[in-house]
Write a protein that binds this ligand. Structure first.
Ligand code: PRP
Length: 215
């Protein structure tokens, strides 16, 4: 009998990485290859019971996780709901891992009013699509910033930010106050559309193991 073809899994680097690895280990996958990855980019993650298809894990930035899933070069991905909402795309969102829970919020210096007054306001954000959707018909300008969005109002570039708030420490440290919550965010499992048709049983087994670990 031939070897079972691994399912290829794309994990998001950074914030979610450690928690996802823990969850995979609790689901019975041997994640030791991820402990000291060196310069290798694809890692074998066998299931301890050998009953389930092994995984081939890659670590990527969240937008790339979605790109790999959409193009079908990875079967299963883990990405934050923030990136999923911002980037969109064709894939199935199968499971809320309840990891990396945070929220999108609108925040202003000292909690100043954002919606009052006649002047056109400016919002800085890493998530322009989320901001545009949230603002609706409000004519506010949106400026895309790649990191440390909190700087924009401090520098006088923007009246407000739309960003991820987890502990709220970054906002507090910079005199910003959330004035409206926009969306709750957490890590989600996404699946390539064709893979779901062709390898559904294997993917379902993977999801079942992970669901048990999520509790
Ligand atoms: C995120 C987010 C906030 C901060 C919120 O940034 O953009 O800056 O975390 O977390 P807190 O509420 O716990 O303080 P990240 O650390 O991902 O880095 P970046 O700003 O460089 O993108």
């Amino acid at each position: 009998m031939g070897e079972i073809k691994p399912l290829r899994l794309a994990l998001t680097k950074g914030r979610l990485e450690k928690q996802c690895r823990r969850l995979l280990s609790e689901s019975g996958y041997n994640c030791s290859a991820l402990d000291n990855p060196g310069r290798r980019l694809i890692h074998a993650l066998p299931h301890l019971s050998k009953q389930l298809s092994p995984l081939e894990g890659i670590l990527a930035k969240a937008p790339d996780v979605i790109t790999y899933i959409e193009h079908g070069v990875c079967d299963i991905g883990v990405a934050g709901k923030d990136t999923i909402i911002e980037q969109g795309g064709s894939f199935y969102e199968m499971l809320d891992l309840k990891l990396g829970v945070c929220r999108f919020a609108l925040a202003t210096p000292g909690g100043q009013d954002f919606f009052g007054g006649m002047d056109t306001k400016c919002v800085a954000t890493k998530y322009p699509n989320v901001a545009r959707r949230f603002l609706g018909s409000n004519p506010a300008r949106i400026i895309k910033i790649e990191g440390s969005v909190e700087l924009a109002p401090l520098l006088g570039l923007a009246d407000a930010i739309i960003d991820i708030v987890e502990t709220g420490d970054t906002l507090r440290a910079n005199g910003l106050v959330p004035i409206q919550d926009i969306h709750t965010i957490s890590a989600r499992v996404i699946v390539n559309v064709a893979a779901w048709k062709l390898r559904r049983n294997e993917i379902e087994s993977f999801l079942d193991e992970v669901k048990k670990a999520v509790g």
